[in-house]
Design a protein around this ligand. Sequence first.
Ligand SMILES: NC(=O)c1ccc[n+]([C@@H]2O[C@H](COP(=O)([O-])OP(=O)(O)OC[C@H]3O[C@@H](n4cnc5c(N)ncnc54)[C@H](O)[C@@H]3O)[C@@H](O)[C@H]2O)c1
Length: 372
Amino acid sequence: MAKQVLITGGAGFIGSHLAVELLRHGYRVRVLDRLIPQVHGPGHRRPAYLDPEVELQVGDVRDPIALRQALMGVDIVYHFAARVGVGQSMYEMAEYMSVNTQGTAVLLEQLVQRPVERVIVASSMSIYGEGLYRTASGAIKPAVDRTLTQLRAGDWEVKSADGEPLTPVATPEWKTPSLSSVYALSKYDQEQMCMVVGRAYGLPTVVMRFFNAYGPNQALSNPYTGVLAIFASRLLNGNAPLVNEDGLQHRDFVSVYDVARACRLAQEKPEAAYQTFNVGGGKIYTVLEVAKKVAQALGKDRLKPEITGKYRAGDIRHCFADISHARKVLGFEPKVSLKKGLADLAEWLSTQSASDRVMESRNELAQRGLMV
Ligand SMILES: NC(=O)c1ccc[n+]([C@@H]2O[C@H](COP(=O)([O-])OP(=O)(O)OC[C@H]3O[C@@H](n4cnc5c(N)ncnc54)[C@H](O)[C@@H]3O)[C@@H](O)[C@H]2O)c1
């Protein structure tokens, strides 16, 4: 009998791709998802992209009754349900802590009563804050968070505590977390709570720290998440992508297909239990480069990215993944290049329309003093 998997939040962007990956590998897939309007629009309707073989239970991860029903006959749990906007988390603190932190606590209480073979929890690069840096002499030094005065002066780069200039290097899992948003705090809660409870009860748990995932099915009209989707929604509406700071911040973009595969490997490899893995694309790009590449892929090169010179509270300067641990233990290798991934994304985008709510969300942040 095929194993039964539950994906909380599995009607969302990454979960929907994971569902396909698992169905292809012979698993049965159930999803518990509240279908929140910010991601799915009004009406709590099943998303058209969700594979018809997925059994969808509409419900809240904070509801123990819904969870008990969703967990019936389940062998493996992926915990993806979350509110995912960094900026938004800085003013909807109660909602973020409720869904992400409290939701994980309720899920774990149910899992303790009804253990499964493995729990895989979606964490985030955001828990690192600034990535890892080294000095000119090669010493690894933590970066000091940038001050508002510095940012207001357009001095974007981070320095060490002694004021030394620093060069970003790939961030491994052992880097000390530095939480710079309520979202990051809640993701750290999620991963640590799963690990602590997993170890105490012998519930094999794996933490997956995703970097910037991109691909089809990402909510285009949700202006709070997914920088590539945000750029795409601007471009589809004939507007230039808005790039914060000077656009030279480094990020790590990973295709959602690679993310889905990494998750399946984390579930299937016995040696992955109780371990934490970065899931990145293995290449680094500046945000400006990526904005240009999205415009090119959509045939909208004439819409040159607009550099805003603004800083959004909670954003970091540079962070990209060291994926050597996932390579070694999971045998994970990113297969989708940014070029191929963007071509695939553009093909999907050609069938989509999006409302550009980016200015609305920027004004929301600015009114609260969260965009300087
Ligand atoms: N997309 C990325 O680049 C990225 C990066 C790092 C981490 N992550 C993490 O990966 C996971 C999936 O992210 P995603 O990009 O697919 O986001 P998404 O918003 O597309 O999916 C999240 C899903 O959770 C559901 N949900 C929200 N609140 C819920 C609740 N109370 N009960 C049940 N379901 C609820 C939503 O309806 C949505 O379908 C999240 O945990 C996120 O924090 C994503």
